[in-house]
Write a protein that binds this ligand. Sequence first.
Ligand code: SPD
Length: 394
Amino acid sequence: MQRKHLFALIAILLIATMALAACGGAKATEAPKPAEKPAATEAPQATEAPKEEAKPTEAPKEEGVKPADEIVVYNWSDYVDPEMYGMFTEQTGIKIGEDNFSSNEDLLAKLQGGATGYSVIVPSDYTVAIMIEEGMLAELDHDNIPNLKNLDPEFTKLYYDPGNKYCVPYLWGTTGIGYNTELLENPPKSWKGIFEAKEDDPWFGRMTLLDDVREVFSAALIYLGYDNNTQDEAQLEEAKNLLIKAKKGVSGYDNDNYEDLVGSGENLLAHGWNGDFLQAADEYENIDYYIPEEGGTIWIDNMCIPANVTPEQKLAAEMYINFVLDPKVGDMLGEYNYYATPNKASLEIADPEYKDNPLVFPPPEIRAKLHFIKPLGEFESVYQRLWDEVKSAQ
Ligand code: SPD
């Protein structure tokens, strides 16, 4: 059984037992009072943990608040090492379930729509900025997350959350093109081959784009030589028209199965996230990934706690975040998923094959061509309107 399918099965069983308490049943509609500060916890020797064992996560000795028995993580699909949840339960007694979203916009819409029961969510950088602005996130109690000291200092000064007041980086990655190496010898080096594909290009009609407004517009804007966060409506109109014309060569918009469709040969290439292709390459052994010559996007996904959790859920969520920041656990997570860890202590014990992989940790010449998607406030709705026009065009 493919590991993603095995994990899906485990996740379904866990979620089935927790479904009532989670999205539907949990009554956590009020913003909770922030958890009281626990009595001083001992600084764990996390960086010295041997590679074989993760340091157990203990409940902070907090008076009054006990961690919830169960939490649900709302995450992207295939974005955890399935062993991690069992390890966390073994260490803490807290059961953990997972529900999935496919894009930042879906996550945002779900929480804006009043969903409750999620204790940890995993939004990307620009979405964190939106959620902080809208008061949707709880402030983290750093006393409950001593493993924060393992983060690379670069990840403590992020523009969207300086000092990690609300969120802790989970994994980071890039967006580019993955292709089937058996069926396609020469994939297009430029985004031109994607957005202006010709009918006799072998990938014409056999490629997908992400179903993600800001990612797709970023790729089109980068190809056109514009800022991928532009608010210039003429540039955006040009990008929209390019995307509409490109539709004839595109077989669909997909965030969840695009890498399998490339691996199986149904499609020849796809726009997508580096680690997804690299995980699929383990199964299919015929997938490679690259950033087109004009560049691509770079992003950081983060563990955050919604503002509507109970104090008990918040404490359990902080324990989970602390667990993920353990050097060994952070290393398992990064290596399993082929995404880059922001955890310096994890990198110190990581396999060279992982930390020296330029498709996971891009070298400076590629980094120089990567752009973050930025929050645009009210202007996000212009992108959304143009995206709707792209999606509905015949
Ligand atoms: N399968 C997990 C993919 C996670 C991708 N998150 C990146 C979002 C960037 N906009």
